[in-house]
Design a protein around this ligand. Structure first.
Ligand code: PEP
Ligand code: MG
Length: 330
């Protein structure tokens, strides 16, 4: 089976009836350079910048961050790299920046913390923009967005960093070009579902974080073993939310991808593509498997499956239907 799965790894992920799905990788530390081993993929769909931050003893300087980001942007050739601004707090503490809260997952996380510390945000964005000079494959992703004000303020700061970096470069190299990267927002706080139109007017793309969207939609701590049985990405409520998002983004003509773990789960990927998602970002070890599954699907199989699944009232029913389909595929 492993050999069958490895077959066609150089081809793009495409269903039997020709629907192509862009697969990307999630990364956070040293990016894999071994493209031969990974086969075909279309960039880094999520680079979690907090991971290198967590492995240090103090905030990295702008130069240190430049040295982290530049090789990542270089590693993919011209393929896009979606770098997420610092997403600490919740379950991702920085040893040198302790945050003590009763409810860390509902607290000072992600964009909430960095907008309260614009100096941290600006240094990070400046490092990203400088690392992107001459490469132009950077895209910036904002985590934990809940309000439109957060979007506006983030864009204002990104623009400020952009003009600073551009003016500095122009002083040394008149005529040099610094492009402004695309900006995207994570859909992981349920409130965003009802603000898609307003946010879409301000940003270039969306990326759905199913890990946190599951946690917040179901009100289940993603790391608490006592309630782990309730944390379920096949919960009908989550599936309806995901279907709503992809439909709405299509109406709004805004690219949307998935970067949570669900994208790399065989059943999850199957359902997401059936719903209409055409861009999935996942851990590298799930790439081969996902590509193989997609190559054995067609629209009819997916539509039949989806209409059955969307009528389910229990996660276990969904799981059973998906498992039978995966077994039938081999
Ligand atoms: C998510 O929430 O699904 C996500 C991709 O981000 P993280 O797991 O880093 O919170
Ligand atoms: Mg998240």
């Amino acid at each position: 089976l492993a050999e069958m799965v490895a077959d066609h790894r150089e081809d793009e992920a495409c269903t039997l009836d020709g629907i192509s799905v862009s697969l990307q990788i999630n990364a956070g530390m040293n990016v894999e350079h071994d493209q031969q081993r990974l086969g075909h993929y279309e960039g880094i769909g999520l680079y979690r910048t907090e991971i290198p931050f967590m492995m240090r003893e103090r905030f990295p300087t702008e130069k240190e961050q430049y040295d982290l980001y530049r090789p990542v942007l270089e590693s993919t050739g011209s393929l896009p790299v979606v770098m997420r601004t610092l997403d600490v707090g919740g379950d991702k503490p920085l040893p040198y920046f302790p945050i003590h809260e009763e409810n860390p997952f509902l607290g000072w996380r992600g964009i909430r913390m960095t907008l309260d510390h614009p100096e941290i945000f600006l240094v990070q964005v400046r490092a990203m923009l400088r690392a992107n000079i001459g490469l132009d494959n950077l895209q910036i992703l904002l985590p934990m967005i809940t309000t439109l004000d957060e979007v506006d303020e983030s864009i204002r700061l990104i623009n400020q960093a952009y003009f600073e970096v551009r003016n500095e470069l122009l002083q040394n190299q008149p005529g040099a070009v610094v492009n402004r990267p695309k900006i995207g927002v994570m859909i992981e706080v349920p409130a965003l579902l009802y603000q898609l139109e307003a946010v879409a007017k301000k940003v270039d793309f969306f990326s759905v974080g199913t890990n946190d969207l599951t946690q917040y939609l179901l009100a289940v701590d993603r790391n608490n073993s006592r309630v782990a049985g309730l944390y379920d990405s096949f919960h009908p409520a989550l599936l309806h939310a995901l279907q709503f998002i992809v439909k709405r983004c299509r109406e709004l003509n805004k690219p949307v991808s998935i970067c949570g773990e669900m994208a790399g789960d065989p059943g999850g990927a199957l359902l997401l593509v059936a719903m209409g998602y055409r861009s999935l970002s996942m851990s590298t070890h799930n790439l081969d498997k996902t590509r193989w599954i997609l190559r054995h699907l067609d629209s009819e199989i997916m539509q039949t499956l989806l209409s059955k699944v969307m009528q389910c009232t229990h996660p276990d029913q969904v799981r059973r239907i998906v498992r039978l389909k995966l077994e039938a595929l081999g």
